[in-house]
Design a protein. Structure first.
Length: 364
């Protein structure tokens, strides 16, 4: 059949003609046949075309559009595993690589499970612009760290009890020099708690043993009270009770009048035998149980302590006397000591596991 049908009779070439077998173009798809009645790979309706069972989409209502622009509009993104520009495969288009070394994120607002809100904007929109967020590595500062504490071994200072305090008259209240680790209470706080013991027991700073009475009569209430004060040894004159001779330790452990108990935790590693009862001969004005007061202030009963958890080898601690070079420490005052630096300040990796692809954007 020639290309032009001018002056030709259709009956001579009917087998080459395609037709709908008398159907009208409407909403339903109708198969297309050749003149011999054979079905082709085409089907037609008023607005759709089927080629080899592929239904072509409806076109836009605004007017004819290039197939290319319908499937790959300007601004669309295509991902490839190779570095071959899509314009080599899709003629008539121009593409450029974007987002090199960056992760893609959906434009919009979102609140995550931690109630953290973020708004990501399209490229070129300034407020909260998502394409500029994030960093490969981050260095934490103090505000990023969880609340925590560092154990520190801080040596005590000599303490000056001012004349205005309940027990003070301007005398030096001795403390030890360096620390041990046999107390849950820091050295500075141990000193403050010994000050509390001194105040409650009526410790006399003018006497090395803290004695307030001037009698040697064992039946005198003042003598009994001084014996209980003396057992505290707040001036660190007799050393740790753990280092007493066997005879002296036996005396304290068997005494029935005061029923001494050995405690640790308020004397910077040393132990003390303190009275656990108030003898009747102490007088009605004495209502201070030394043992209970020590326990309340954080001391631990050595006899009840687990296998010497607090009683270490550092029982004997030297005494420091500085004369007039005194440090005033008030109850509840803050004495902060900085530890040595820890950590290198290195950055940490923020990049999640990734799979690299090329990101192409079609441009006009």
């Amino acid at each position: 059949m020639p290309e032009s049908l001018t002056d030709q009779f259709i009956s001579d070439f009917y087998t080459s003609l395609l037709h709908l077998s008398g159907a009208k173009l409407g909403n339903n798809l109708n198969k297309v046949f050749d003149g011999a009645g054979n079905s082709t790979g085409l089907a037609l309706s008023g607005d759709r075309v089927v080629v080899n069972n592929y239904i072509y989409p409806k076109g836009p209502t605004t007017g004819p559009t290039e197939w290319l622009d319908a499937f790959f509009p300007v601004g669309c993104v295509q991902l490839t595993l190779d570095n071959i520009n899509p314009q080599t495969r899709i003629a008539g288009t121009v593409w450029q690589v974007i987002a090199e070394g960056q992760f893609l994120v959906g434009v919009g607002e979102f609140t995550d499970k931690n109630d953290d809100y973020r708004k990501f904007c399209e490229y070129g929109v300034t407020p909260g612009s998502g394409q500029l967020d994030g960093e490969y590595e981050s260095k934490l500062d103090v505000a990023n760290l969880p609340p925590h504490q560092h154990d520190m071994n801080v040596g005590a200072s000599d303490v000056f009890i001012s004349s205005g305090s309940p027990v003070g008259n301007g005398q030096t209240f001795q403390a030890t020099a360096v620390g041990t680790e046999n107390s849950s209470v820091g050295f500075q706080e141990q000193q403050q708690r010994r000050n509390t013991l001194a105040a409650k027991s009526g410790w006399n700073l003018n006497d090395p043993n803290g004695s307030s009475a001037s009698t040697d009569d064992p039946s005198d209430p003042g003598y009994i009270q001084d014996e209980m004060r003396k057992s505290l040894d707040l001036n660190f004159l007799r050393g740790s009770a753990a280092n007493y001779s066997d005879d002296i330790r036996d005396f304290y452990q068997t005494d029935e009048r005061f029923k001494y108990k050995e405690v640790i935790g308020l004397w910077n590693g040393e132990t003390r035998f303190v009275s656990s009862v108030i003898p009747d001969t102490a007088g009605p004005q004495w209502d201070f149980n030394v043992y209970e007061a020590c326990i309340d202030l954080g001391a631990v009963d050595v006899g009840a302590a687990q296998a010497g958890e607090l009683a270490t080898t550092q029982n004997a601690t030297p005494v420091v006397v500085k004369g007039t070079e005194l440090v005033t420490v008030n109850e509840g005052a803050t004495n902060v000591q900085q530890s040595t630096l820890a950590g290198d300040g290195d950055t940490h990796n923020n990049i999640p596991p990734s799979y690299g692809v090329y990101v192409w954007q079609r441009i006009s």
